[in-house]
Design a protein around this ligand. Structure first.
Ligand code: GAF
Length: 385
């Protein structure tokens, strides 16, 4: 649910206090997959699905976090906050509280209501939107002044250290710093970024394969470990390569034979994906949509064949999209192993594109895809006063 007034009213009824309201968006990544933890480049956009946070202070030394989506609430004394994940939706907000405390923020008592419409386990970054909504809401009750990029880093730590998923910085960063009508090219080493306008005659169509994706453990962490193995092998020969961001195709030629075949492929994906991502940002800025689209298809092929992070349903969606008039480019977006494909489509073709894609996917798989015509949106913000 993402009705600001409804969430506000529910919070007020439950906790007898008018809340302050915040929102943090989900994201779609246009290109640059698994490059963030290799200190490379990514180009996501925030989308118009978001987590809402309604917050009000409490003076009884406790915190209550209610989830409208899960119809549950958890209560903890500030003196006894859980220190470990419980494989529960509350791990994400509790992880943020733990990290805030670890950097010296004095936590206040509060009641927090979370609600939202970011599809779950769809690779659209619902977890980061919950973390970021929590951090902006909780910090509003404190004197701490933390800039948005720093908040992103703290939320990433919550996910890495508390939830146990070794994710990079992309999702939390775009949830904090996204901008309306823009994609964001992020240098994941320096955290400097540039905003690239999405032309008004282009739609961002997201098609949900309905194959569930999750990265609290599992394949995501395995890929990350393989990427680290590839890095180590190159590092042995070229100590200045601490991350694959610094490696080149020439390194792969020289030292690739020392890598197990799967590690060689993962490493190749990261090195080539970084090149594609920077080229894609240049193409978007230059209005060269043909090149942008070609890079998206190439990125999908690399994600499928070298990173082996696609699934047959996503491959079908991309293949179907590529045949449609007005489709500029398509690829699997996000952490992989299910979730959504992102399609850039000429606006005048969008309605027909969505209809044909839904039909083609149903015929090929028997699955009814959810398809969203999204809009690049702003990062985390307060709603109202
Ligand atoms: C997930 C992670 F959370 C990101 O950090 C990123 O690695 C992405 O997968 C893959 O590009 O969304």
């Amino acid at each position: 649910m993402r009705d600001v007034n409804a969430t506000k009213d529910l919070h007020a009824q439950r906790f007898h206090q008018a809340p302050a309201m915040f929102a943090a968006p989900g994201r779609v990544n246009l290109i640059g997959e698994h490059t963030d933890y290799a200190q490379g480049f990514v180009m996501p956009a925030a989308i118009d699905f978001a987590t809402l946070a309604a917050i009000s202070p409490r003076d009884d030394g406790s915190i209550i976090i209610a989830s409208e989506n899960f119809h549950e609430e958890v209560t903890h004394k500030l003196t006894a906050l859980p220190k470990e994940a419980a494989h529960h939706w509350s791990d994400y907000p509790l992880g943020v509280l733990n990290i805030l405390r670890s950097v010296g923020v004095e936590l206040p008592g509060f009641s927090l209501t979370l609600s939202g419409d970011v599809p779950l386990n769809a690779g659209l970054s619902s977890s980061a939107s919950v973390e970021v909504a929590t951090i902006v809401a909780v910090l509003s009750l404190t004197a701490a002044e933390i800039p948005l990029p720093e908040m992103a880093k703290l939320c990433q730590r919550a996910e890495n250290e508390f939830v146990g998923a070794s994710t990079g910085i992309m999702d939390q960063f775009i949830a904090c710093c996204g901008a309306e009508d823009h994609a964001l090219l992020l240098d994941c080493r320096s955290l400097s970024f540039r905003l690239a306008p999405i032309p008004p005659d282009i739609s961002i169509v997201i098609s949900n394969s309905m194959v569930k994706h999750s990265h609290a453990g599992g394949e995501y962490n395995i890929r990350r470990a393989e990427v680290e193995q590839g890095t180590q092998i190159i590092h042995r020969h070229r100590p200045e390569v601490g991350f694959l961001r610094d490696a080149t195709l020439e390194d792969l030629k020289q030292w690739g034979s020392e890598m197990p075949p799967s590690v060689l492929k993962r490493t190749r994906h990261i090195i080539t994906e970084d090149l594609r991502t920077v080229a894609a940002a240049d193409a978007l800025e230059a209005g060269d949509l043909k090149t942008l689209g070609r890079l998206m298809y190439e990125a999908h092929a690399s994600y499928r064949d070298d990173f082996e992070a696609s699934c047959k349903e996503a491959d079908i969606l991309v293949k179907l999209a590529a045949k449609e008039p007005g489709c500029i480019g398509a690829r699997l977006t996000g952490g992989g192993f299910g979730g959504c494909t992102v399609n850039l489509v000429e606006r005048e073709y969008t309605a027909g594109f969505i209809e044909s894609l839904r039909k083609g996917y149903r015929e090929a798989t028997g699955i009814e895809a959810d398809i969203y015509n999204c809009h690049a949106s702003a990062g985390a913000h307060r709603i109202g006063n």
